[in-house]
Design a protein around this ligand. Structure first.
Ligand code: OAD
Length: 237
């Protein structure tokens, strides 16, 4: 931990990749592992373009339930620590796979949402996008002013990541001195591949996770425990 703390304290450029584990202590379920959403629900039925085409109401009911769960949650000390780290680091990028918006609420500014945002709606017919924080939504699927129906502004299985965000994420991973990987099983590509990009470009890679991941054996420092406890310790200079 001490060496990793010093790398972070000295770094002029830091990139971070977060996953569902950073929001677990805020009470938001992760996807994999005990209590994970994909243990209870089938991704094919809820998080694919085919599922939405087949049954948009069921898909929206699930997203509306998650939106309401997230609306009641608060950012935890790990989200807050990243906002603080951004304030003291000259070049900082927060790449998140999370759609929950807790990094925004914690005060982070340069956030690259590679899997989209659950608070953003996008018309499936005309492509118009807007933010809507209403919980629960009064009508499912939510209507667009063009008469079409909106879909959640998230990336589903089988869909491409938003190109501009993904390019910026790759650049951040390839040009940082320290790369932090927090609370992700690192199983879902292409996001997980950013760890290899950072490593290949010579960054020090620090991982925080409750458990070992496919990357634990190859990173420069692997810290096992809760992000809400370890991250505030790690950023103490
Ligand atoms: P996962 O649910 O796959 O992994 C969560 C990780 O967080 C696991 O490795 C846990 O060990 C770890 N974890 C849990 N609680 C923690 C805590 N308090 N502190 C630190 N670590 C903790 O979530 P992701 O890796 O984010 O994609 O999943 C990646 C993508 O798969 C998601 O963005 C989503 C999902 O399907 C899409 O929706 C496109």
């Amino acid at each position: 931990m001490q060496a990793a703390r010093e790398w972070l304290a000295k770094a002029r450029s830091v990139a971070v990749l977060t996953g569902a584990g950073i929001s677990a202590e805020s009470g938001i379920p992760t996807f994999r592992g005990g209590g994970g959403l994909w243990k209870q629900f089938r991704a094919e039925d809820l998080a694919t373009p085919q599922a939405f085409a087949r049954d948009p109401v069921t898909v929206w009911e699930w997203y509306d339930w998650r939106r309401c769960l997230i609306a009641r949650a608060q950012p935890n000390p790990a989200h807050l620590a990243l906002a603080e780290l951004e304030n003291r680091t000259p070049r900082f990028s927060l790449i998140t796979q999370n759609v929950d918006g807790l990094h925004d609420r914690a005060g982070s500014r340069r956030i690259l949402k590679v899997h989209g945002d659950i608070w953003r709606l996008r018309c499936a017919a005309c492509g118009k996008e807007w933010d809507d924080y209403t919980c629960p939504l009064p009508q499912l699927p939510p209507p667009c002013s063009c008469g079409g129906m909106a879909r959640p502004g998230v990336v589903w299985f089988g869909e491409a990541l938003p190109a501009d965000v993904w390019t910026a994420a790759g650049q951040a991973a390839a040009s940082c001195e320290v790369f932090l990987v927090i609370g992700t099983s690192a199983l879902v590509y292409p996001a997980a591949g950013l760890v290899t990009v950072a490593e290949g470009a010579g960054a020090r890679v620090i991982e925080i996770n409750l458990e070992r991941t496919p990357y634990s054996g190859q990173v420069d420092c692997s810290l096992q425990g809760k992000a809400g406890e370890l991250l505030p310790e790690l950023i103490k200079s």
